[in-house]
Design a protein around this ligand. Structure first.
Ligand SMILES: [Zn+2]
Length: 259
């Protein structure tokens, strides 16, 4: 059975050292436009806004954003993408940007080739259509059309940019397993609470019940964490009602100064 592991790994403690690094300030006019047109960013207070600007600036300096398949992204689009990707980093800080360098952006959903060997040793090859993908040390990949669809309906519980960034945070300790690096005590509470609510959620999905949370969350512990993260930002009340313990951990994890 899928498990949320309890490990002794912590990135928190080296937090906010990044604030001392020199940053190129964002164009203030462009930033106002991005914030004004992006509902998920509008609720930030002054401190949150300053932290998000610093992270966004760092993201734009450190990450190579590459539009592919004929897509073009102007400075506004790049800043908006960077800000969305950095929204889940307000608690963790710049450590959350470690381990990868490329953001690839497709105009729309994209196809990838998959293969797996079944229990009988037979190789199966097939194509999958994705709106986002993120490997532990590889590029983060997003569909621009789906990012825009999320922004147009910002409280529906979906945000592919946050979903993929949650996978990146999850992978920071070397294992994509639904548990990002945390101080030891918090880690064991997180593992126990996530396990309990994940098991309950999987039972509902397996029983064929309609769930308020996207049933894709039952795929695995890592998808449970990534989907719950989407709800934390875009439909937090749904998460609080459906998965209250998970909601409390995410509230702490994603808030500025999370340690
Ligand atoms: Zn995922």
């Amino acid at each position: 059975m899928a498990q949320f592991p309890a490990r002794d790994v912590s990135l928190i403690g080296s937090l906010f050292g990044w604030l001392r690094r020199p940053l190129v300030p964002l164009d203030p006019v462009l930033w106002r436009e991005v914030r004004g047109s992006t509902a998920l960013l509008r609720t930030l207070d002054e401190t949150g806004d300053a932290s998000l600007q610093a992270l966004t600036s760092l993201f734009l300096q450190r990450k190579i954003i590459t539009p592919v398949a004929g897509l073009e992204l102007d400075a506004y689009a790049r800043m908006q993408l960077a800000a969305l990707c950095c929204l889940p980093l307000l608690g963790v800080g710049a450590d959350g940007l470690q381990g990868w360098s490329q953001l690839l952006v497709y105009p729309d959903a994209f196809r990838v080739r998959r293969s797996h060997v079944d229990a009988a040793g037979v190789l199966h090859e097939y194509e999958d259509e994705l709106i986002g993908e993120s490997w532990d040390s590889g590029p983060l990949i997003l569909s621009w059309a789906d990012v825009q669809a999320d922004l147009a309906d910002p409280h529906a519980g979906f945000c592919v940019a946050i979903h993929e960034m949650a996978h990146k945070l999850d992978a920071l300790d070397g294992a994509m397993d639904g548990t990002p690096p945390l101080p030891r005590r918090w880690q064991s509470e997180w593992a126990a609470d996530f396990q309990r609510e994940y098991d309950g959620f999987c039972k509902q999905v397996d029983a064929g019940r309609d769930t308020a949370i996207d049933p894709y969350a039952s795929e695995s512990p890592e998808e449970f964490f990534a989907v719950a993260s989407e709800y934390h930002f875009s439909a937090p009340h749904v998460l609080q009602v459906e998965l209250p313990r998970v909601a409390a951990h995410l509230q702490r994890f994603y808030s500025a100064g999370a340690a």
